[in-house]
Ligand binder design. Structure first.
Ligand SMILES: NC(=O)c1ccc[n+]([C@@H]2O[C@H](COP(=O)([O-])OP(=O)(O)OC[C@H]3O[C@@H](n4cnc5c(N)ncnc54)[C@H](O)[C@@H]3O)[C@@H](O)[C@H]2O)c1
Length: 384
């Protein structure tokens, strides 16, 4: 059986975790690494025993001819790098979010479709053992009909958390509730509604954002609703990150590492109505922990192979990630203009830049990319 040749662009923490998933899979082989930073490249090369290392992606593509290319660089580089890789006709596994605005997302999806390649966006938690257990429990009717989803990110600055972690949460909403029909959101800075002056360049290459606390309600078919909260907390906390799923006869609590089921619809901490039970994790077929990959990363690689061979979309497809970006931009537009935004939106320009320009302001000034430095700048801007 064919073994797929995989190349990694961006050998930082994410490129490393993803590469380990492909290296552990019997049908994929990591054959080449590309990074502008020799230290990142060399560390991963030594860990995986890969000899072919590059600083230039065109050189790597021309020599190595990989079947699958992982793009695990900062988000602001995804768009250009995806377009360049598509020129070579390779399948793409790109980190989330797909890119930072709808105009780029539209062009990327069209380019991938015209090339007929598989474009997957790395929402690995969707394929991870806890969410697989959740999906199976819902399909088995363990909580009746899903009626609402409630999610929190880790407590980053709201707009940054929205683009960074809420992309995963919203992608998981789509897996559980279908396509989003519209969004309504509020966003505040220092306890007051956002103004066009609060539109800023996000840290970490996450594009243009606004809002220290963002709360959004998403409506789905069959009357299902979802609330996502990206609220800046004094200290970011991974435990805050998760989704509670309310069914007509029970509940489920999903975290990235575990999931629990409550077999009654309502709960109180009274010893009778709070009988949460662990949902046994569903590991991917063929997964061997001794091979050094996380199960969700192995599952992502496995789904990539299956999607290519079956000529179908990856479960975390570019089309789904494109819709996630419509939701994200819809949330920012709704928070700015104070009205529900039906999806898909007809206007594809960035809603916050539009809002600023309508207020007679230019584009926001560049800011630090580093999160902590960025927060210090934001505190100074707000006089704190
Ligand atoms: N899926 C997840 O759970 C998850 C978690 C954290 C971050 N992310 C996403 O992963 C991405 C990268 O995150 P990270 O923390 O590893 O970033 P990072 O900045 O630490 O690493 C990115 C690497 O890409 C390299 N790079 C940048 N431009 C390049 C180019 N043109 N050619 C070759 N190499 C290049 C950098 O030198 C660096 O080594 C971001 O998009 C982020 O949103 C995803």
């Amino acid at each position: 059986m064919k073994s797929y040749r995989v190349a990694i662009i961006g050998c930082g923490p994410r490129g490393t975790a993803i590469a380990q998933g492909y290296a552990a899979h019997p049908r994929t082989e990591v054959v080449a690494l590309c990074d502008l930073r020799p230290d990142h490249r060399d560390r991963l090369a030594a860990a995986l025993g890969v000899a072919a290392c590059y600083a230039d992606l065109d050189q790597m593509m021309a020599v190595e001819r990989p079947d699958i290319v992982v793009i695990a660089t900062g988000t602001e580089f995804h768009y250009d790098l995806c377009l360049r890789v598509l020129e070579y006709g390779a399948h793409i596994d790109v980190e989330k979010p797909l890119c930072t605005n709808l105009e780029e997302a539209d062009r990327l999806l069209a380019a991938a479709n015209s090339r007929g390649v598989c474009l997957a966006v790395h929402h690995q938690s969707r394929l991870g053992p806890p969410l697989q257990a959740v999906r199976r429990a819902i399909a088995a009717g363990q909580i009746g009909e899903v009626r609402a989803l409630i999610a929190n990110d880790k407590g980053y600055y709201g707009g940054y958390g929205l683009m960074n972690l809420a992309t995963h949460l919203i992608n998981n909403f789509l897996a559980l509730a279908g396509r989003c029909q519209g969004v309504s959101a509020v966003a505040t800075v220092a306890g007051r509604p956002i103004t066009p002056e609060d539109v800023v360049v996000a840290p970490g290459g996450m594009g243009i954002v606004a809002g220290e606390r963002i709360t959004a309600m998403l409506d789905f078919p069959a009357g299902v609703v979802a609330t996502v909260m990206c609220h800046h907390l004094p200290r970011a906390d991974a435990l805050a990150h998760g989704i509670e799923i309310l069914g007509t006869t029970g509940r489920i609590l999903w975290k990235t590492t575990d999931a629990w089921w409550l077999p009654v619809p309502h709960h109180a901490p009274d010893g009778t109505h709070d009988q949460w039970q662990p949902l046994p994790a569903i590991l991917p077929e063929g997964y061997d922990p001794a091979r050094g990959a996380y199960p969700d990363e192995y599952a992502f690689a496995d789904e990539m192979v299956r999607a290519i061979e079956e000529g179908r979309e990856h479960d975390c497809s570019g089309a789904e990630a494109h819709h996630v970006l419509e939701v994200l931009m819809g949330i920012l537009e709704s928070a700015a203009y104070g009205r529900r935004v039906p999806l898909p939106q007809t206007r594809r320009d960035h809603p916050l830049l539009r809002w600023r320009h309508e207020a007679g302001l230019g584009d926001p000034e560049p800011r630090s990319r580093d999160y902590d430095a960025w927060i210090a700048e934001e505190d100074a801007r707000l006089g704190r």
